[in-house]
Write a protein of this length. Sequence first.
Length: 225
Amino acid sequence: MAVVRPDLTIDVTVGAECSNFEVADVTGAYDVSTNPEGYGLPDGPTVNNVTSLIVVVTNESEGWYLTYTFTISSGTITACTLSVSGATATNILAELSSTVWPFADGVNEFDATADYGVTIPELTDGIYTISYTIGGTAIGGDGQPTVFSFTTSEQPTLSCDLCSCIEDMFLDASGCGCDDKMCNAMKARGYFLASKFANERGDTEIAIANFEKSQSLCEGNCKDC
């Protein structure tokens, strides 16, 4: 029998001024009452069963991605590499602020866009996906060692510049009786919200399209909005 999947869950926090992504593993430890699908659930993997972790940060709007590959032993990260858009991976173990895993919320979150001595693309406004894949070997329901791999993901939106622009549009239109300005501000806000709703549902293409229309309105050159 296969290894039972835990309720693998991550929490992605967007840093101040959209400067970074911090990833926490909030799956938690198994508790029959309060967390029945945490690490250590019956016939599922424990923390110590996890020997690999892959974190991929993808800028869906621009197409580039970062791949972090971790080797883990008994809750300790023993190796870590970073590859940018499929290029040759670089060893960044010495650059990590913590080698403890799982990444705990408020304790040792993993900064997925920090300076690890590797040049990475600039973070810009847009739609992102962060995937989180654990792997290893655990005892399944048949009592035999079984290889497992489980993935979860989050789709954060970076929008600091866009939100600031929309605020400026409303302020510029406020009280001036400029119907076109107010209409464009409302359209920009509407497209931005539509993008967020689509992203939350996993409709990436729709999210990107609406986000770009909102950006175009802010830039004053949207002809098809």
